[in-house]
Write a protein that binds this ligand. Structure first.
Ligand code: TRP
Length: 340
């Protein structure tokens, strides 16, 4: 098994980011043991498909790398790097450009959503984004790709590209690319703002009280949980009783996600109790999970040299793994490269 996945670098990471992709990566790594290999990367090349600020991208890439490490990705077991240090991604993307079809890309819902009515004004990179994503996984002969439901279509496209390429250009009869399988985790919990149960927890909310940052210390976490918006009613026996209580539902959802329990199960324990007793329990659980992460994260961010070294090592290992597939692709396409 070879697992490959990427995440776009964003700064100011919070609980929602942790309970989304990052925790899944850590579980993947920990469950795989010696039966396979994981490669995880920061998709910084994808980030330039939208208007961006270079200084902010550089900072976000380091922050995301630090967060991934702090959450438990172990560079001794998994290969962690950023795309920009492995030029093979960009090269393979170009080589796949002869195989990917305009029609396939035009049907991508992410492209349609992001471009809206203004397709002509979008960057070429936003349109070809899924080809780079295909290159990301095909380059390493990935067998499995953990992604959110929203990325499933991009994975199917990667399979279509691989299939057509293998069909059109098999190298001496042998297929060049492995067809990757998506791994879609069971619906990730939607983590909402602590101030408004109808808005997603977000790094861009002006109120810092609306989110639990991965850099928050224990006191800050406790304070935010105690101040979280709720209502005066006790917790119900069943999730159905939370239907009209979005803030209460959010806190129960967070508890369940952290404890790895179903919401029904959490409610069975807390039914009839008010937030005066539920909030401290939630705060304790958050602190137990996040305090070690935030301590590691702050250490990693304080030692940029060490962090950059981890990424450089990861990139070196990634280039080694990528090299044979990239060579085979040039070869299959009939591109002449004489030994230098
Ligand atoms: N597009 C993915 C996202 O926004 C990130 C990504 C880039 C990715 N390349 C990938 C995910 C390759 C899996 C495999 O979430």
């Amino acid at each position: 098994m070879r697992v490959v996945s990427g995440i776009q670098p964003t700064g100011n990471l919070h609980l929602g980011n942790y309970l989304g992709a990052i925790r899944n990566w850590v579980r993947m790594q920990d469950s795989l043991g010696l039966d396979g290999q994981c490669l995880f990367f920061l998709a910084d090349l994808h980030a330039i498909s939208m208007p961006h600020d270079p200084a902010q991208l550089r900072r976000a890439t380091r922050e995301m790398a630090a967060a991934v490490l702090a959450c438990g990705i172990d560079p001794a077991r998994s290969v962690l790097f950023n795309q920009a240090q492995v030029p093979h991604h960009a090269e393979l993307q170009w080589l796949l450009g002869g195989t990917a079809r305009m029609g396939w890309l035009s049907r991508m819902t992410q492209w349609k959503d992001k471009a809206g009515k203004n397709r002509e004004g979008q960057s070429v990179a936003l349109f070809t984004y899924p080809v780079l994503q295909a290159a990301d996984v095909l380059l390493y002969q990935a067998t499995h790709v953990p992604v959110g439901e929203d990325q499933k279509q991009h994975l199917e496209l990667a399979r279509d590209i691989a299939q057509k390429f293998n069909n059109d250009f098999a190298a001496e009869g042998a297929p060049v690319f492995t067809l990757p399988e998506p791994i879609i985790p069971p619906a990730a919990a939607r983590i909402m703002s602590l101030r408004d149960g109808a808005a997603k927890m977000s790094k861009s909310d002006p109120s810092d009280m609306s989110r639990i940052n991965l850099t928050d210390d224990a006191d800050t976490i406790m304070r935010k949980v105690k101040k979280a918006k709720t209502d005066a009613d006790p917790l119900p026996e069943e999730p159905a009783g939370l239907a009209q209580r979005p803030e209460a539902l959010n806190l129960v959802t967070i508890y369940a996600a952290l404890a790895d329990r179903a919401a029904d199960d959490v409610l069975r324990e807390f039914a009839g109790q008010g937030f005066g007793s539920f909030k401290p329990a939630l705060g304790d659980l958050l602190v137990a999970t996040l305090a070690p992460i935030s301590a590691r994260l702050r250490d990693l961010l304080d030692d940029q040299g060490a962090l950059d070294q981890i990424l450089a090592d990861g990139a070196r290992r990634a280039r080694e793994i990528a090299h044979p597939t990239l060579d085979a692709t040039y070869e299959a396409l009939g591109l002449l490269r004489t030994a230098s």
